[in-house]
Design a protein around this ligand. Structure first.
Ligand code: ADP
Length: 508
């Protein structure tokens, strides 16, 4: 038999370049100016947004610089990586005194972070202390941020400032930086929480800003006969105002949610938009989260969440039982977060099959109340009165449900993180909670969580009981909701696109 000749064809393997989605044109440059940013310094949701949104915008063809104060409390591991970028002197107050402005730079993940350095204002440690110190600190910061952009000769198309601490940026820009490069940029001011406005007496704000008398007027800074309001002035001067959900954008124009600025916001509502926040899905990823006992995705969540639950119970000294219904609460302990409702229903909630895990710090009355409940329901309630990122991850993964019954909630991130970790949110229908949690519909077997509308104890208890009923009587449907929640898109991508479209509308 003739030997079969095999022709060897030398295959050249063509290495295909990964197909990347084309970047939307044109490119936009944006300076983010705000008072906190994860991982350098974070006290709440603002810190998360200042980290995640710039990162998401770089994928939308935006060139982003984040300008922050260089607080002493920024961990050493970041401080030592900062590179000196320059320094100059700047006037601020009516007396003409010159203040030092240093710029320290840190580039990470496609985003440039520029820290404004000044020992006198930021050498104290924590970002917020009290208004006596904070008002001068953020007057200085807002002006120094603009001066730094001119100094670095980096003139953005858009200056995007955040909350009252950076609200004077558009005001300084137009009142004091006319004729300089930065004057041409458009400004966006985002309200993350309208409750905090930077209100202080006229003389102090006049002294620390040296703004012209004409701006101490009801249309701009004036709050009442004695006080000025920094956020109010920013809202007047910004080219565009955004807030962190559509529902909150509507709510803040009403007296109940408007924090005395509802009329001012109604006046400016032609330039007010709501864009809901997302979360950083790399940072919050149960599959890769190194702080969890068992990693999981939507396919094995039901099994692996039990392992995380048992580990959480063990770590916190709770009765170890995977069949208990574990409710988490991760929150600043202030009256905004609906803690009065939770306190009122705690005895009714504790039925022998339920455990409650609290993580938060804040007002003494709430801290004490949760300490009391821990003692009263030993083994079933654990109150962690502290700020602890690692513990937050364990609670998101190990709980069955997360409570967010807020009195008001501009967006809320904890319900988004909870859903990403397959933990079912129980929320009041307000602000971003209403926009992000679709109520469970038992007839169509859809929805992401349990909701209630009016701010009443009975309605929160009813929502918790509806959640428990599903959990204990129809586990299959509960588990389907866990999977639905994990697969819900809570990323920044969609929202970053909306911000980008807004930047494009604002022609420099
Ligand atoms: P806020 O009104 O405080 O900004 P958000 O829901 O928008 O509320 O964001 C809160 C963020 O802070 C979330 O990332 C949450 O996980 C985190 N957080 C709140 N309290 C604590 C705590 N005690 N320990 C760790 N993280 C916390």
């Amino acid at each position: 038999m003739a030997e079969k000749k095999t022709k060897t064809v030398k295959k050249t393997t063509k290495v295909e370049a990964p197909v990347e989605a084309p970047m939307p044109e044109p490119r936009r440059s944006v300076a983010f100016i705000g008072s906190e940013c994860y991982p350098f310094v974070k006290t709440g949701g603002l810190g998360d947004v200042m980290y995640a949104l710039p990162k998401a915008l770089t994928k939308q063809n935006c060139d982003v610089k984040v300008i922050l104060p260089r607080y002493k409390c920024i961990p050493e591991k970041y401080q030592e990586k900062m590179v000196y970028r320059g320094e100059f002197m700047m006037d601020l107050c009516a007396d003409g005194h010159q203040y030092y402005v240093g710029i320290m730079e840190y580039v990470w993940d496609g985003v440039v972070y520029d820290f404004i350095d000044n020992e006198e204002f930021f050498g104290w440690g924590n970002p917020y202390t009290n208004l006596v110190d904070d008002i001068p600190k953020f007057c200085f910061f807002s002006k120094a941020a603009l001066a730094a952009l001119n100094y670095m000769n980096w003139v953005p198309d858009i200056i995007h400032c955040h909350d009252w601490q950076a609200a004077l940026v558009p005001v300084f820009q137009q009142a004091m930086f006319g004729g300089t490069p930065v004057a041409g940029a458009k400004s966006v001011l985002t309200i993350h929480n309208l409750r905090f406005q930077g209100i202080y007496n006229n003389e102090t704000i006049k002294y620390w800003t040296n703004l012209p008398d004409a701006l101490f007027d009801y249309a701009v800074l004036q709050q009442d006969w004695v006080d000025s309001n920094m956020l109010k002035a920013g809202l007047s001067y910004a080219s565009m105002i955004t807030t962190v959900s559509n529902t909150y954008a509507g709510e803040i124009q009403t007296p109940f949610y408007g924090e005395n600025l509802d009329a001012h916001l109604r006046y400016h509502n032609h330039k007010l938009r709501g864009i809901v926040n997302g979360i950083d899905c790399d940072l919050w990823n149960a599959k890769t989260d190194t702080l969890l006992t068992a990693n999981y995705d939507s396919k094995d969540a039901v099994k692996q969440k039990k392992a995380n639950k048992l580990a959480l119970q063990k770590a916190l000294g709770l009765e170890e039982d995977e069949n208990k219904f574990v409710i988490g609460l991760i929150s600043r302990l202030t009256n905004q977060k609906g803690l009065d409702l939770i306190n009122a229903i705690m005895p009714a909630l504790m039925d022998g099959n339920t455990q409650v895990v609290v993580l938060g710090t804040g007002d003494a009355q709430y801290e004490d109340a949760f300490r009391y409940y821990e003692n009263a329901y030993k083994g079933s309630v654990c109150s962690n009165i502290m700020y602890d990122e690692g513990r937050a991850h364990m609670i998101y993964a190990g709980s069955d449900a997360l409570l967010v019954p807020s009195l008001f909630e501009p967006c809320g991130l904890t319900q988004l993180i909870a859903m990403r970790y397959g933990t079912v949110p129980i929320v009041r229908e307000t602000g971003g909670l209403k926009d992000t949690v679709e109520p469970y519909n038992e007839y169509e077997n859809r929805g992401n969580g349990f909701t209630f509308d009016r701010y009443e104890n009975g309605l929160l208890l009813d929502a918790c009981n509806r959640a428990k009923t599903l959990y204990f009587t129809d586990r299959a449907r509960w588990d389907e909701m866990v999977v639905r929640d994990m697969e819900k898109d809570v990323s920044w991508e969609n929202s970053a696109r909306q911000y980008r479209n807004l930047y494009l509308e604002l022609k420099p």
